[in-house]
Design a protein around this ligand. Structure first.
Ligand SMILES: NC(=O)c1ccc[n+]([C@@H]2O[C@H](COP(=O)([O-])OP(=O)(O)OC[C@H]3O[C@@H](n4cnc5c(N)ncnc54)[C@H](O)[C@@H]3O)[C@@H](O)[C@H]2O)c1
Length: 265
C-alpha cells in the first residue's frame, strides 16, 4: 500500500517544477490530488496525468484561493494534506526594488502561504487532522545578495510554519522544505546565464549535481506521511549539502543583475 493511501491533497503551484513532481509522487503513493495553479493549462496537464483535479487560482487572492480549496475538497472528498508551494522571484538591489514589485513578491511567497493555510486549515480540522508542508528556500536559511524580498518572505514562511505547528498540534503537523538549486522553470534562466552551470554546481554541492524536482517531492512526501509522525514545526533543507559551502545564487547579482550603480560596486 502507498505511503499516502486514502489521503486527499491540495498542492499550490502544482502545474510546474516542484509542485508537479509533488502531485505525481503523491498520486503514486495512493493520494487523490488537486493541482492548483495560476496557469490553468499547466494545472490541467498535471491533473490529466494523475487523474486528479485541476483548478486555476492566484494564491495572492485570499477569497479566490479559499473558494478554490473549497471546490477541490468537495471534488476530492476531503482534505488531509496541504502543500503551499506556489512561489517565485526576480533579482534587484535592495534600494532599487520597485515597491510594487517588492509587495508582489512578498504577497506571492509569504501571504500566499498564509492564504493557503487560511483556506485549508478548517478542512483539515474538520477531517480530523493532517499534514501541511510549506515551500521555503535556502534563500531564507542562507540568503544571497539581490533577493531581499524573496529571502525575507521565505524566512517568514519558516516562522509561520513553526507558529502554525504550535497552534495546531497535535491535530495538524506543519513543516517546511527549503530547496537548494533545483532545475525548474524558476531557475532555468539562472542555469542558462551561468557558464557551465551544471559543472559549477556539481563542484559546489556535496551531492555533486543540480537538484531535480523529484528530489524535493520525495522529501515532501516523507513529511506528509506517517513516517514523519513525530516531526512538526521543522524546516528541512533539501540542497544536496550546497549551503555547507555557500548558496547557489551567491555572486549572480553582482555578475549579471546589478548594473548602473557604480557606488554599489
Ligand atoms: N527551483 C528552485 O531552485 C527553488 C529553490 C528554492 C525554493 N523554490 C520554491 O519552490 C516553489 C516551486 O518553485 P519551482 O522551482 O517549482 O518553480 P516553477 O516556476 O517551476 O513552479 C512554480 C509554479 O507556481 C505557479 N504560480 C506562480 N505564481 C502563482 C500564483 N500567484 N498563484 C498560483 N500559482 C502560482 C506557477 O504558475 C508555476 O506553475 C516556489 O515556492 C519556489 O520559491 C524553488
Amino acid at each position: 500500500m502507498g505511503l499516502l493511501h486514502g489521503r486527499h491533497a491540495v498542492v499550490t503551484g502544482g502545474g510546474s517544477g516542484i509542485g508537479r513532481a509533488v502531485c505525481r509522487r503523491f498520486a503514486a503513493e495512493g493520494a487523490k490530488v488537486a493541482a492548483l495553479d495560476i496557469d490553468g493549462d499547466s494545472a490541467r496537464e498535471t491533473a490529466k496525468e494523475i487523474e486528479g483535479v485541476a483548478l486555476t487560482v492566484d494564491v495572492t487572492d485570499a477569497e479566490a484561493l479559499r473558494a478554490a480549496v473549497d471546490t477541490a475538497v468537495e471534488s476530492l472528498g476531503g482534505l488531509s494534506i496541504l502543500v503551499n508551494n506556489a512561489g517565485g522571484s526576480t533579482m534587484a538591489g535592495l534600494a532599487d526594488w520597485d515597491p510594487d514589485e517588492w509587495d508582489r513578491i512578498v504577497r506571492l511567497n509569504l501571504t500566499g502561504v498564509f492564504n493557503g493555510m487560511r483556506a485549508g486549515v478548517p478542512h483539515l480540522l474538520a477531517g480530523g487532522g493532517g499534514a501541511v508542508v510549506n515551500t521555503a528556500s535556502i534563500s531564507a536559511t542562507r540568503p544571497s545578495a539581490g533577493e531581499t524580498p524573496y529571502s525575507a518572505a521565505k524566512a517568514g514562511v519558516i516562522a509561520l510554519t513553526a507558529s502554525a505547528a504550535l497552534e495546531y498540534g497535535p491535530v495538524i503537523r506543519v513543516n517546511a522544505v527549503a530547496p537548494g538549486m533545483i532545475r525548474t522553470n524558476l531557475t532555468r534562466p539562472l542555469l542558462e546565464i551561468v557558464p557551465d552551470a551544471d559543472a559549477l554546481y556539481g563542484r559546489l554541492t556535496p551531492a555533486a549535481r543540480v537538484g531535480e524536482p523529484e528530489d524535493v517531492a520525495d522529501v515532501v512526501t516523507f513529511l506528509c506521511s506517517d513516517l514523519a509522525r513525530f516531526v512538526t514545526g521543522q524546516t528541512l533543507v533539501v540542497d544536496g549539502g550546497m549551503t555547507l559551502h555557500g548558496a547557489g545564487v551567491d555572486g549572480l547579482f553582482d555578475r549579471f543583475f546589478r548594473g548602473g550603480h557604480p557606488h554599489q560596486r
